[in-house]
Design a protein around this ligand. Structure first.
Ligand code: AR6
Length: 172
């Protein structure tokens, strides 16, 4: 059975096989965790993203999908880029947020990787309320991880408030 754990910290420092990036559809970088991953991982990650854009992902990566690149200088081996939905008060986009987690796990399994770290996708610049995101993310991972050989899923929550929201959700 896979272990699902929560830590407060910086995802760029995680010694796991895969770290998930809360990217945008351009795959060409941005702010938040995306900015941190490209900054610390160096230019190899962006070079691979550009190749993806020149090939199969010419139209960009759709919301909820996931794709892998090298992790450059980061301690992880791969970065799996996924695009979270922007929060909408008028439209239920929960399945898209769940898709990010399911598809990132699937890509992790396809890489033959055993461990993966997730940030709190969509809860920053995309404004998804953190309690709701925690519920969707944890449920999606719990449901999907058993169908993969992935052994460790670590949620790496950057700030105390986000960590506590995920922790409260995991306990309930
Ligand atoms: N490690 C772990 N979590 C982090 C780190 C880090 N180093 N840095 C920030 N976070 P966000 P989104 C947290 O905004 O809402 C980018 O411009 C952050 O505190 O990174 O999915 C992309 O290119 C928050 O809890 O991602 C997209 O355009 C969480 O990561 C857009 O932002 C997610 O916040 C995606 O927005």
């Amino acid at each position: 059975m896979a272990t699902i754990e929560l830590v407060q910290g910086d995802i760029t420092e995680q010694h796991v096989d895969v770290i998930v990036n809360a990217a945008n559809s351009s795959l060409l970088g941005g702010g938040g965790v995306d900015g941190a991953i490209h900054r610390k991982g160096g230019p190899d990650i962006l070079a691979e993203c550009r190749k993806l854009r020149a090939g199969h992902y010419g139209g960009g990566l759709k919301t909820g999908q996931a794709v892998a690149t090298t992790a450059g200088r980061l301690p992880a081996r791969w970065v799996v880029h996924t695009v979270g939905p922007v929060w909408s008060a008028s439209q239920d986009r929960s399945e898209l947020l769940a898709d990010c987690h399911r598809n990132s796990l699937r890509v992790t399994a396809e890489l033959g990787a055993a461990s993966v770290a997730f940030p709190a996708i969509s809860t920053g610049i995309y404004r998804w309320p953190v309690e709701s995101a925690a519920e969707i993310a944890l449920a999606a991972v719990r449901d999907a991880v058993g169908d993969t050989p992935v052994e460790l899923v670590r949620f790496v929550l950057f700030d105390r408030r986000t960590y506590e929201a995920y922790e409260a959700c995991a306990r309930s």
